[in-house]
Ligand binder design. Structure first.
Ligand SMILES: Cc1cc2nc3c(=O)[nH]c(=O)nc-3n(C[C@H](O)[C@H](O)[C@H](O)COP(=O)(O)OP(=O)(O)OC[C@H]3O[C@@H](n4cnc5c(N)ncnc54)[C@H](O)[C@@H]3O)c2cc1C
Ligand code: FES
Length: 263
């Protein structure tokens, strides 16, 4: 189901666009001609966020691919500023250069017979799912998008442009359904051949139960802290029924029943 170990490229990416898309959230379009040619939805980039001629911070930061434009050689990423690395990333402007490695990981591979795809996003887990809907144009998608409050619901228009229906759930009830995104699923029971999801661990645990009860196969994208980001350090392992697997190169996408989420 899942392809991995495609060639990796290191590129000096030119920043083509910086857009603030929400509180502490940004979209960056990066000119990465080689990476854009082979990138698949659900893969990610490792960005060297330090300024030119500096290696501080040393570790690259992993950010998912939000959009792929092969013709223009542009990959979009969307991120939330949470610490030093992402704060540095926010200082880049149009025309600046960022050292980028990618595309990394296996990504979402959707079987041909899966026509109706349920996307379930929690907060900043939304970006990799956007690349899925953009890439698999011949499928029917519906997005269930859960956040803490309405301020964290971003880029809704871009989903509308792709013709994808979006159902929003907020923890505080400030937009859409009042409650967890998995409770909205339980209330609406959308039909699906496959679910693709990315979000915080509690959401994935609840979703795993939901998918099991309703007999829907699922692919989930995991986040772990990463050091090397290319499979060498074993710093990012997750527990599966086949033993420990590296999230960076064996994932980040796993079949939901394969992963042990609640230990
Ligand atoms: C495969 C993958 C894809 C990702 N895609 C995106 C994305 O599309 N958009 C986005 O905003 N973020 C994404 N992340 C998370 C992003 O990598 C971290 O937010 C970022 O590395 C934090 O760096 P920092 O220096 O700003 O924060 P730090 O100062 O390192 O940490 C700040 C806070 O963020 C937490 N944190 C740090 N690294 C991670 C991590 N890898 N996963 C979860 N929490 C972390 C820390 O525990 C701490 O609470 C992804 C992570 C992975 C592993
Ligand atoms: S981050 Fe080093 S093996 Fe995954």
């Amino acid at each position: 189901l899942i392809a991995s170990h495609d060639p990796l490229f290191q590129e000096q990416a030119m920043v083509e666009e910086v857009r603030k898309v929400g509180q502490d959230m940004f979209l960056l379009n990066l000119k990465v001609s080689e990476i854009a040619l082979t990138a698949k939805p659900g893969q990610f980039l490792e960005l060297q966020v330090s300024s030119i001629n500096s290696l501080d911070p040393l570790l690259r930061r992993p950010i998912s691919i939000y959009s792929i434009d092969q013709t223009k050689g542009i990959i979009g990423i969307v991120y939330r500023e949470v610490g030093r690395g992402t704060k540095l990333l926010s200082q880049y402007q149009n025309g600046d250069i960022i050292d980028v490695i990618g595309p990394i990981g296996n990504g979402f591979t959707i079987p041909d017979d899966a026509k109706k795809i349920l996307l379930v996003a929690g907060g900043i887990g939304m970006p990799p799912l956007h690349s899925v809907a953009q890439y698999y144009k011949d499928r029917e998608f519906i997005l269930y998008y859960g956040t803490r409050s309405k301020d964290e619901v971003i880029l809704e228009d871009e989903w509308k442009l792709m013709g994808v229906e979006t159902k929003v759930a907020t923890d505080d009830g400030s937009l859409g359904f009042h409650g967890r995104v998995t409770d909205l699923l339980k209330a609406e029971l959308p039909e699906a051949d496959l679910c693709c999801a990315c979000g915080p661990r509690p959401m994935l645990i609840a979703l795993k139960d939901y998918l099991k009860v309703h007999d829907i196969p699922g692919l989930i994208s995991l986040e772990e802290k990463m050091a090397c980001g290319v499979g060498a350090c074993l710093g990012c392992v997750c527990k599966t029924h086949q033993g420990y697997r590296r999230v960076c190169v064996d994932g980040p996408v796993f079949a939901v029943e394969e992963v042990i989420l609640d230990e």
